[in-house]
Design a protein around this ligand. Structure first.
Ligand SMILES: *Cc1c(COP(=O)(O)O)cnc(C)c1O
Length: 239
């Protein structure tokens, strides 16, 4: 085992323990929560090691980095999640490797993704990214639509060929009424998910929680946690 493999194995084991403990505390079966490892800024060689250690879901937030990494790992059975703010001019590239886009936050992106998925003859999973710090009708600093905008996007996704509405995603806000209140933020996301699932029971993914707050997300009911730093280490640059 290389040093890096040993390091990642140890970090993964620690994250797995945290997830298992959080599930137990919330009286939820461990299988209800899927770990997505956010590999942004780290090389394809780390993705390959993680796959060898049993990871099957990875996430990236910049197409420039993600596209070559996904190509280098095309032989691995991995589900790729795109979690970054997405410009429409990158959509065609992202649709080439992503299985799920978690950052759908505007109508223009829905039509661009639908057109690209159609051309590529692929079905793409989509999560609506909710910005809990956005004004009604606005968008968040780090992407996302305000809670009031979720229904409009869901309706657009229902009608969009090639796209499948899988659920909701959020990043705990750094500002606004939810700043520092991760559990309250994730509870709010769960309420929005409950409302969405009332008419769309299959859209049951709830992606919330990162290295610092995965316990709060699991307590609130998240089905997917996105963990970077706690598995791979502190990122060398902002990503
Ligand atoms: C980077 C990132 C994560 C992982 O954050 P860590 O704090 O490193 O665990 C999760 N979600 C999104 C959208 C990210 O950009």
């Amino acid at each position: 085992m290389t040093d890096r493999t040993a390091e990642l194995a140890e970090n993964l084991a620690r994250v797995e323990e945290r997830i298992a403990a959080a599930c137990a505390a919330a009286d939820r079966p461990r299988e209800e929560v899927t770990l997505i490892v956010v590999t942004k800024t780290y090389p394809a060689s780390d993705v390959r090691i993680l796959h060898g250690l049993g990871v099957r879901h990875v996430a990236e937030n910049r197409d420039q980095d993600a596209a070559p990494k996904a190509a280098a790992c095309a032989d691995l059975d991995l589900t790729w999640h795109f979690v970054g703010q997405l410009q429409t001019n990158k959509v065609r590239s992202v649709v080439g490797y992503a299985d799920v886009v978690q950052s759908v936050d505007r109508l223009k992106l829905v039509s661009a993704l639908s057109a690209a998925a159609g051309k590529a003859d692929r079905e793409l999973g989509c999560l609506i990214q909710v910005a809990l710090d956005a004004e009604a009708g606005g968008r968040g600093d780090r992407g996302g639509v305000s809670p009031e905008g979720v229904e409009e996007l869901a309706a657009a996704l229902d009608e969009a060929p090639g796209l499948r509405l899988d659920g909701l995603m959020t990043v705990a806000p750094l500002v606004g009424e939810y700043a520092g209140r991760q559990r309250a933020a994730f509870d709010r996301l769960m309420d929005l998910s409950t409302a969405l699932r009332a008419t769309r029971p299959a859209a049951n993914m709830v992606s919330a929680g990162m290295s610092a707050d995965l316990e709060d997300a699991i307590a609130a009911g998240a089905t997917h946690v996105r963990v970077g730093t706690a598995v791979l280490g502190v990122r060398p640059k902002l990503g």
